[in-house]
Structure formats: C-alpha cells, structure tokens
Write a protein that binds this ligand. Structure first.
Ligand code: SDX
Length: 427
C-alpha cells in the first residue's frame, strides 16, 4: 500500500497519486490512474520512469554504488566469481558450498551446443559482424531446444537459464573462429568458465593451448563486471519482449540486438576505434574539443552514463584489472593505454566533463583489456553480451514469475488530424 500521496492539479481537477518507497533509491509516483483521467505521462528515453519493481540490482549514480542483491560490485569482483554471481542474480542469495559446486557442475556440463547448430554458421559471410551472427544463433536456440519452453513452468525457466549461461561462451567463441576460418574448438568442462572461453577462442588442433590463470581470472572478472545493470536499454528490451510471452531465447536475442548500439554495449568497440583514431597523445586536445562541440556529433566513447554521475564503480575495478593484465603480458607501456590514461586525466579536469558529470564508464577500460587478451575489436560487444546474459535472464525470470502485463507504451501524437482520402487523379 502507498504510504504517501502526490497531488496533481490539472485544470480544475486535483488528482491524488500514490507514492511508493523502495528499500533504497527515489520514491516513485504511481501514475496509472492518469489514463482514466484522459492523460498520459511523457518521458522520451525513460529518464524519469520506473518501468517495474525489482529486487535484483540497485545503482546509486550520484554515489557510484552498484549492488547485486545487496552485495557491492567491488566485493563481488574481489571475493566472488562469475558463476557464483550468476547464481546470486538468479536465485537472490549466495550459494552454499554444495549449491555452488552443483551449479558450476551443471553449467559446465551443458557447454556444448546441438551439433546441427554448427551448420547455422556456414550460412553467414565470414566477414559478418560477430554481433549479427550472435543475434541469429542465439535466436535459433529455440529451434533446437524446444523441449522446455513453457515459460509458466519454473523448471523449464531454470533449464533455459542454464542452457543460456552454459552455451553463450561456446557460441561466442564459435562466432570468432568462424570469422577467422579456423576450426571450432569444443568446450572443455575441466576448465574454469573464463579459462574454457579463452581455450575455445585461441586453441587450435595443431598444438596444446595452456590457459594463463591470470588471464582466465581477468576474463572471469570481465564477465562478472558486465553481469547485470538494472533496467538498462538491453535489459528493458528483454523485459518488453518477454512481456508478450516470447520464449527466453528470443528475448535474449532481442537483448543482444539492443546491446549492439554504440551508445550502449557497442561502446567498448567504439572506445578502441576512438583510441586508434586519436593515435597519439598529441592529438588528444583536438578530440576533446570535438567532444565538447555541440555541432559535432562526436562523443568521447567510454565516458558518460545515464545513471552514473560519479565514477562507474565497474570502471575502477576494470582499470585495476587492466593494469594486472597488461603487467602480466609485459604491455604496461602499451601506447593505447597511455592515450587512455591521459584522456581520462584530461576529461576529469576539464570543466565541460566535470560540469556534465561525465566519468569513465564500464566500457572505457574493458576494450583495452580485451585487446591485450588478443580478442579482436569486433568481438568486444559479444563478450559484453555473454557477460550480461545472467542479468537478462534474472530480470526476465523475475518478471515472468510475478504479476506482469504486456508492455505497451502510449505516445504524444503530433501528426495530421483526420482527413479524407484524395484519389490520385485529383492530387
Ligand atoms: C553502457 O544504462 C546502462 O546501465 C548501460 C550500461 C550497462 O551496463 O548496461 O552501463 C552500459 O551502455 C555504458 C555507456 C556506454 N556508452 C558510451 O560510452 C557512449 C558515450 N556516452 C554517451 O553516448 C552518453 O553519455 C550515454 C548514452 C551513455 C548517456 O546518454 P544520456 O543519459 O542520454 O545523456 P545525454 O546524451 O543527455 O548527455 C547529457 C549531456 C549532453 O550535453 P547537453 O545536451 O546537456 O549540452 O552530456 C553530453 C551530451 O552532449 N555528453 C557527452 C558525452 N556523453 C554525454 N559529451 C561528450 N562525450 C560524451 N561521451
């Protein structure tokens, strides 16, 4: 029940709107009664709109706080691992030792995809963008795994969740191997989640590939830092697709499509392309000026965020991981890293960025780590999608297992009023 009320006066009418308080964050005003009073709310881009109630992730943008089921991202990055975080996001609690082992065994026991799905890849051009392939192959999962697609069945929802978390790295690595004309590498269930991914990406039948534990841990942490992020554009897409009753594989494919944009998950790829275009520290000032120029569409990729008006807590951990990986690989003097660090320092001192509270976000350093790991730029958003899969699933499951309605926003119509058709002979 609402414990507070908001009063809205429209012409001679006064409306009482219920106000709800959450555990953390701003109160929300329930505007559902407005339609009955002949009005809609208007909020393009949903800057001020809470689309749902959720218990999964909380972000405080001003304080740079990110909690997954109440646990700070810094503690999870430091003390947990990706599969344990997947379990936490989906089930709401950290697993017991036995549950953790069972979950890991189950996930690592379903890493292969249906052998017939291998033929799907040959339908794509080798130079297709990996995200185009991922949209297609993930969407096709419902053509191969239709034995458990009853979304009203809790066990079916769990099976779909496990299949997606298990198989995303396999499909991601296959997308890469296909693009370079190398044979697919089957998953290795004796390796860690991050180690198995690196093995599928870089092993070949010609020689043994030894997984570097530092790099495997870094890969695991990159997946973990991308695992969930409240009602972002791709998660909201998954929820909207799911609200129509679409199967979970189709919903995740929709989330992958939304993530692809450079304003969202495509930013890590765009950061590397931007650093490449800057090329040298002496060119930084020119690009900072372009980013500040209202008439120039260029934006400093990896900076700014709809919610964070302080440091993105993930960016801080990503920066530490970046130093670890480049140190391990002897790339501490990587010129691109130098440009990135100089760019960050200037942006954090420049009044334009300070006044608009534009801080580095999760994408700013992730691309540098991925490039150091030998992952091509076009694969960066595929990595993001793989990491974000448990978050998408957790939100889809939270919605489907509760009361929900099909999402159907309204609009402010500014088109033509009614007019009669004119025959072409009279035009
Ligand atoms: C992700 O939502 C999530 O949680 C997303 C994400 C997740 O985990 O799911 O965190 C992942 O998408 C991170 C963001 C990655 N995108 C980028 O790094 C692309 C560069 N950033 C911008 O495109 C932008 O900052 C957004 C898209 C991230 C945020 O856009 P908003 O909230 O709509 O902000 P805005 O465009 O209204 O910008 C406010 C002002 C504008 O200037 P004014 O009109 O007020 O004069 O800041 C300016 C913008 O021009 N601005 C920038 C800028 N970002 C915003 N100017 C230069 N460079 C930038 N990067």
């Amino acid at each position: 029940m609402a414990d507070k009320k908001a009063l809205l006066t429209i012409e001679d009418k006064q409306l009482e709107l219920p106000v709800y308080s959450g555990t953390l964050g701003p109160d929300v005003i329930d505007v559902r009664s407005l339609t009955g009073n002949g009005h809609f709310t208007y909020d393009p881009g949903f800057v001020s709109t809470a689309s749902c109630e959720s218990k999964i992730t909380f972000i405080d943008g001003d304080k740079g706080i990110l909690l997954h089921r109440g646990y700070p991202i810094e503690q999870l990055a430091e003390q947990s691992d990706y599969l344990e975080t997947c379990y936490l996001l989906i089930y709401g609690e950290l697993p017991s030792k036995e549950d953790k082992e069972h979950f890991e065994k189950t996930i690592m026991g379903h890493t292969m995809i249906h052998e017939q799905m291998v033929d799907l890849f040959s339908g794509f051009r080798r130079d297709a963008h990996p995200m185009a392939v991922m949209c297609g192959v993930v969407g096709a999962l419902s053509a191969f795994y239709h034995d458990s697609l009853d979304i009203t069945n809790e066990r079916h929802r769990e099976i779909c969740a496990y299949r997606l978390i298990s198989k995303m790295p396999t499909m991601a690595a296959m997308t890469y191997k296909y693009s370079i004309g190398q044979p697919f590498v089957y998953p290795r269930n004796d390796l860690s989640y991050g180690g198995n991914f690196l093995h599928m990406m870089f092993a070949t039948p010609c020689e043994d590939y030894e997984v570097n534990p530092v790099l495997a841990r870094a890969m695991d942490r990159i997946f973990l830092l991308h695992a969930d992020h409240e009602q972002n554009a791709s998660t909201s897409t998954v929820r909207l697709a799911g609200s129509s009753g679409a199967n979970p594989f189709a919903c995740i494919a929709a989330g992958i499509a939304a993530l692809w944009g450079p304003a969202h998950g495509g930013a890590n790829e765009a950061v590397l392309k931007m650093l490449d275009e800057i090329g040298d520290e002496k060119n930084i000032d020119e690009f900072i000026a372009k980013a500040k120029d209202k008439n120039d569409p260029f934006r400093l990729m990896g900076f700014g965020h709809r919610v964070y008006k302080n440091f993105d807590p993930r960016a801080k951990v990503m920066k530490e991981t970046c130093d670890e990986v480049l140190g391990e690989l002897g790339l501490a003097d990587d010129p691109m890293l130098k440009i990135a660090k100089r760019l960050e320092q200037i942006a954090l001192e420049d009044d334009y960025f300070v006044s608009k509270k534009l801080y580095p976000n999760v994408d700013f350093y992730s691309g540098i780590i991925l490039k150091a790991l030998g992952i091509p730029v076009e694969m960066f958003t595929v990595i993001f999608a793989t990491g974000r899969t448990p978050g998408w699933i957790a939100h889809w499951h939270e919605m489907i297992s509760g009361d929900y309605r099909i999402g159907r926003p309204r609009q402010l119509y500014t088109g033509e009023a009614k007019r009669d058709f004119v025959a072409v002979s009279d035009r």
